[in-house]
Design a binder for this molecule. Sequence first.
Ligand code: DON
Length: 304
Amino acid sequence: MELKQILQDIYTELADKNDKGQVASYIPELANINPNKFGIHYISLEGNSYGLGDHQEKFSCQSIIKVLSLCLAIKNEGVKIWKRVGVEPSGTPFNSLVQLEYEHGIPRNPFINAGAIVICDILLSQLENPKDDFLAFVQKLALNSNINYNPKISASEKAHGYRNAALINMMKSFDNIENSIDDVLDFYYDICSIEMTCEELAQTFLLFANNGCIPNSNERIITTSQSKRINAIMQCCGFYDEAGEFSFKVGLPGKSGVGGGIVAIHPGKYAVAVWSPRLNKKGNSYKGILALELLTTKSELSIF
Ligand code: DON
């Protein structure tokens, strides 16, 4: 069956689905979203691009952006970053504190909050104008200058970020944070607040389906080996304590965010982004996972 038809079928099938998920409310500003939004967008390396529903409406990327901050840190710093953050699945929720003390302030991986905060610390030390430089990097990957931070969302998260403050203080006590705690957290909240549409996210992530090159311009951003590694970490750690389940159901490397977005990629083939703000108990989009499971099942296009 043709992909366009498959997407249409998935959209129709899920439109009336009873979604038991809850919108994230621990960042109060995120709770203002209409919970029934639903969009999906698929782009293949050959240039086929199809979207449905709210696929052109911007939403808060949140943890999805952690893949792009990792990408920039790897590009600039190479293997040095792996002294400060691991590559193992944590098996714990994204904001969990428990492993960090007995593992001496080295987070398990760059996608749990602790690991993403270390990556922000690395970027703060690397970049001349971190906020501007990071946004320019995202815009370049997206081939789109209409991508921005949302200051209301970052301020809202900062005002309630007790967990992240605990994580960074613990890491600072183990000398795994170089910059000031406030500067690192401000930068972390800013990058999480970036907003994109499903279409923009699928376009941005195509680079990871294309061995580290932006498909349209063919500009190389990272090496093939670095791209392989980022995909491997998405596969093992992209969904926290639901990473095994996502692999089992969907069979693609991917990354979720508490804004309700999920991006997944099929190396050599395509990138797809979904958005549905109601989250399951693990903080991942309930309908988003269902949509991707249907996509790889009906199309028989997964990496396994
Ligand atoms: O730090 C936080 O809690 C958020 N800025 C990001 C968490 C997130 O998106 C988890 N993903 N499902």
